[in-house]
Design a protein around this ligand. Structure first.
Ligand code: HEC
Length: 191
């Protein structure tokens, strides 16, 4: 029985040697360019305008409306999220903004659908103008999206700990994050 082992050993050694040689003889050409990156798996057909209107804006509104002070004939009433359902809805909104910020950071996304015009061109840059500004400085854009995301991360924490003070505080920072990016890329200077 134990005769079988020595018989196979030389073959194995030979094969190993052959493989090692084959590997070491592979041409090493430092001039060869790195392979082209694979095409992006992301579908970026949804424009920045649509991400604002369908994702970022409605979820930000949900967060802002969750804490409010109403003054009417009944006096001043403060509203805060209370039920599990309300907190869960807010959680969905914070998560959506965190991921919406990732979507804003992706390359290859248009500002608005082709032919779409700006609503207030005297106050706001048109989509084409925003496109130019974006191409000129993507790094700041990613920074503004990151600030939006960081605010939403803090909001998620406030929601998970049901901390209404923190929810209010970071709701204000969320607003600042929107306005900072809009001022840099969308609003015309001097307004
Ligand atoms: C990283 C940059 C950036 C951030 C952050 C950002 N926005 Fe925007 N937003 C834009 C740009 C650019 C446009 C203009 C797109 C266009 O031409 O329609 C826009 C447009 C909008 C619009 C108009 C959409 C429409 O249908 O015309 C709304 C509403 C909006 N943003 C809300 C928000 C809110 C709310 C936040 C924060 C919670 C926010 N945005 C954060 C860049 C940003």
């Amino acid at each position: 029985m134990h005769q079988a082992a020595p018989k196979t050993t030389p073959l194995t050694v030979l094969l190993t040697l052959f493989l090692l040689t084959a590997c070491s003889e592979a041409p090493v050409d430092t001039e060869v360019a790195a392979p082209a990156p694979p095409p992006s798996p992301y579908d970026t057909r949804i424009t920045i305008r649509e991400i604002m209107a369908s994702l970022v804006d409605p979820h930000a509104d949900a967060i802002w409306n969750s804490v409010r002070v109403v003054s009417d004939s009944n006096g001043i009433t403060e509203y805060y999220p209370e039920t599990d359902e309300e907190w869960l809805a807010l959680r969905i909104s914070a998560v959506s903004i965190i991921e919406g910020a990732n979507a804003l950071m992706m390359t290859g996304r248009k500002v608005a659908p082709p032919g779409a015009e700006g609503e207030f061109p005297e106050y706001e840059f048109t989509p084409e103008e925003v496109e130019v500004r974006l191409a000129a400085d993507r790094q700041s854009w990613v920074g503004f999206a990151g600030t939006l995301q960081a605010a939403a991360v803090q909001l998620l924490d406030a929601i998970d700990s049901r901390d209404t003070d923190k929810l209010t505080e970071w709701g204000a920072h969320l607003d600042e994050a929107c306005e900072a990016c809009h001022s840099a890329y969308w609003y015309r200077a001097g307004i």
